[in-house]
Design a protein around this ligand. Structure first.
Ligand SMILES: [Zn+2]
Length: 722
């Protein structure tokens, strides 16, 4: 229960991060009042592994269950705090781990649905409950009697023999302190107000962004505007228009990132520009969906909060319990890479400009041209055509013969689709997961296609976490935003989408292999800068020759992808990496800039601040804008990645370094997989993350494999030798 920030996020969400949010289950007497006995949340689900009974859950069930859940947990907590007996590990820490059963049950489902399949009712509940939920968490963390018990146990923790239990006490103590348990009463009140305001603003941000992204879609009545699209894409655009009841029109929905994948295909330069502007200005129209005013306040109040808690900046507060420890470490990792990344991006731009000139385009490359000409360069220099590749990536085959196949090879697990488990939307699929010995171990849901009522991006989370203490098994899910094919057509996806499938499934493996006692330490309940490690690590297997050959088959003929095309795809791997690295670093440094504002600062002009920050970090390269501009940066304003967007890169250092361990030790073997599962994937956060990694690798992580994988190391060497 005391992973306080993530709990809050569960309610405020709009988490376009792919990282999971977490909450912890507990068990307690379910004292359902008669008026609420029909509410499916009031009793544990009788479905396998307590899977949510979506066939019984109605929108009207959430709010009463959330309210009652908070009430029950407060009663449980007060009982622990007020008991007469001296504090013991069992009567205080373990007892807390068991609290909040109902609240966890409902908030996990609510958080998931409000993000993946929302509607006005759910948004309204979210708006109403988010500040109450923030207050609820404060009521626990700022309870002085409870903290006194935790502190007493912490002060005598050397007497606890079991390492996991001792570490749990340390975690509890740290979480309480970080949540403000040691503050004066006056400061506690101020903190409570700031927390409530922050959660309200975060919820508002998510809702405004969703509305703005929907409103920002490109609508045309002239099909010629979408010239360059395949017949399938045109049909999908017509379907999207029908869904919005726009007859005789075509609709292109916005993706959450600055650059839109469709830019690569649109031959009409004016449409590309229109699309780029629709994307970058989606939340800056000065209308009800403009997010800038609330961002100004969010940045300011987070700085205030940090000061209250004894930190110079919000980033310093946030990173203190992460692997990175300080913003300086995170910023250094990134700024060290800026020259190579921007240098490489400039080289890429020069090649594209040459192409524009050769075609007598007569214009200077603009940001909205980048994807289009990058695709041309890719075709010319790598002879690689996205349209020729996609037929080899049919979603269902990628899932079974790629994602599942790799997991079986490494970990021995198998899968069986279940059609009898209720889902929240007809596109959602459910699979039962079996361990190497054939024993059932988990459930996994996949919700792959884009919808207007789904937040952007891709993510993983759980409906139920594994816990030895509570006897629960994992129920995990993946959500993505792949373009839904027109009715009756196969879903042909890009290699980037393939990678996303492996990525999100890597998170799911982390959740499903969890083998810990305490809910607080389960699965993906790790530091944020570690949590992307298992997911990004799993991406590597998409390109492993034996795996790739198994899933990359033509959807009509079943023919494997021709060796020549495979070689080209492989060669093109470091293609456009200057762009990808630069747009990521720009966003991640922007995040640090917003969260290193000193306390007491005036409200910042959002656009001016952004420009100045990018300049300060020497990443103000106009042709490559940040992956997310400030005003639609959901990770940091609406999701759980405030001061934490660097975490993807931090985790990437780990995942590339770990992948090299596999290379050094015989590659993709069942034995190596088992070792990784035992030492990393099953461990949750049973110890400090750096210690966990060191035990696996035999040393601290090295940044060299990452530079090599991104093609940044070679670039540096080339320059030196010139
Ligand atoms: Zn992820």
């Amino acid at each position: 229960m005391l992973r306080l920030r993530p709990l809050l996020i569960a309610m405020t969400i709009a988490l376009t991060a792919c990282a999971p949010t977490t909450h912890k289950p507990g068990s307690a007497a379910t004292a359902a009042t008669p008026a609420t006995t029909a509410n499916p949340f009031f009793v544990a689900s009788t479905l396998q592994y307590q899977a949510p009974p979506f066939d019984k859950i109605k929108d009207s069930d959430y709010q009463p269950a959330i309210e009652e859940g908070m009430k029950q947990q407060i009663a449980e907590i007060e009982k622990i705090a007020d008991q007469a007996g001296a504090p013991t590990f069992d009567n205080t820490i373990v007892a807390m781990e068991r609290t909040g059963e109902l609240l966890t049950r409902v908030s996990k489902v609510f958080g998931a649905i409000a993000q993946a399949n929302t509607n006005d009712t759910l948004q309204k509940i979210q708006e109403e409950e988010a500040p109450k939920f923030a207050a609820h968490q404060d009521a626990i963390a700022l309870n002085p009697k409870l903290f006194a018990r935790v502190k007493a146990l912490y002060d005598h923790r050397d007497g606890i023999a079991d390492a996991q239990s001792k570490y749990l006490v340390e975690r509890y103590y740290r979480n309480f302190v970080r949540a403000g348990a040691q503050l004066s009463e006056a400061d506690k009140s101020e903190l409570r107000e700031l927390n409530k305001e922050e959660s309200t603003l975060s919820t508002d941000f998510g809702n405004k962004l969703l509305a703005a992204t929907k409103a920002g879609a490109l609508v045309t009545k002239d099909k010629a505007d979408f010239a360059g699209f395949s017949d399938g894409e045109i049909a999908a655009a017509a379907d999207a228009a029908k869904e919005r009841k726009l007859d005789g029109a075509w609709v292109l929905s916005l993706q959450n990132t600055t650059q839109q994948p469709a830019q690569a295909e649109l031959t009409d330069r004016a449409t590309r520009e229109k699309l780029f502007k629709a994307s970058t200005e989606r939340t800056e129209h000065g209308d009800g969906n403009d997010t800038r005013a609330l961002i100004q306040r969010l940045a300011q109040l987070r700085a205030q909060k940090a000061k209250l808690l004894g930190y110079p900046t919000y980033a310093a507060y946030s990173l203190d319990d992460q692997m990175a420890k300080t913003p300086e470490h995170a910023i250094k990792l990134m700024t060290d890479m800026v020259p190579a990344a921007v240098g490489k991006a400039k080289g890429e731009a020069a090649r594209m400009q040459a192409l524009v000139d050769k075609q007598k385009g007569g214009f200077k490359l603009a940001p909205w041209d980048w994807q289009f000409y990058a695709e041309q360069v890719r075709k010319a220099e790598y002879d690689l055509d996205e349209a020729k590749i996609k037929p080899y990536f049919e979603l269902d085959r990628v899932l079974h013969d790629g994602v599942f196949f790799a997991a079986n090879k490494l970990y021995g697990i198998t899968f069986k689709e279940r059609h009898d488990i209720p889902v929240y939307q007809p596109d959602v699929r459910v699979f039962e997961v079996f361990d190497a010995d054939g024993k059932s171990m988990a459930l996994w849901y996949a919700d792959y296609f884009k919808r207007d009522n789904k937040a952007g991006g891709a993510w993983e989370d759980t409906f139920v976490d594994q816990s030895g203490l509570l006897g629960t098994r994992p129920v995990a899910f993946n959500v993505c935003n792949f373009t839904k094919p027109a009715a009756g057509q196969p879903a042909l996806i890009s290699f980037e989408d393939v990678t996303t499938m492996f990525h999100e499934f890597g998170h799911a493996l982390h959740a499903m292999f969890s083998n810990v006692k305490y809910p607080l330490m389960a699965g993906t309940n790790t530091t944020r800068d570690f949590v992307e490690f298992p997911s990004q690590f799993n991406e590597h297997w998409a390109s492993e020759p034996s795996v790739f050959a198994n899933f990359a088959k033509h959807y009509q003929t079943g023919e494997p992808m021709p060796a020549e095309l495979v070689a080209k795809l492989k060669k093109a791997k470091t293609f456009n990496q200057g762009f990808a690295t630069t747009e990521y670093l720009a966003a991640a440094l922007l995040d640090q800039a917003w969260h290193t504002i000193p306390p007491g600062s005036e409200k910042q002009d959002v656009d001016k601040f952004e420009t100045a920050a990018l300049k300060r970090y020497h990443i103000d390269y106009a042709l490559v804008p940040p992956r997310y501009r400030t005003s639609y940066f959901a990770h940091i304003w609406g999701g759980g990645y405030s001061a934490g967007y660097y975490a993807y890169l931090w985790s990437e250092v780990l995942d590339d370094d770990a992948f090299y361990w596999f290379r050094e030790h015989g590659g993709m073997t069942r034995e190596n997989g088992q070792r990784f599962r035992d030492m990393i994937l099953s461990q949750g956060s049973t110890q400090e993350m750096d210690a966990l990694y060191r035990a696996f690798r035999g040393r601290d992580p090295s940044v060299e494999p990452l530079l090599e994988q991104r093609g940044l190391k070679a670039e540096k060497k080339e320059k030196k030798s010139k």
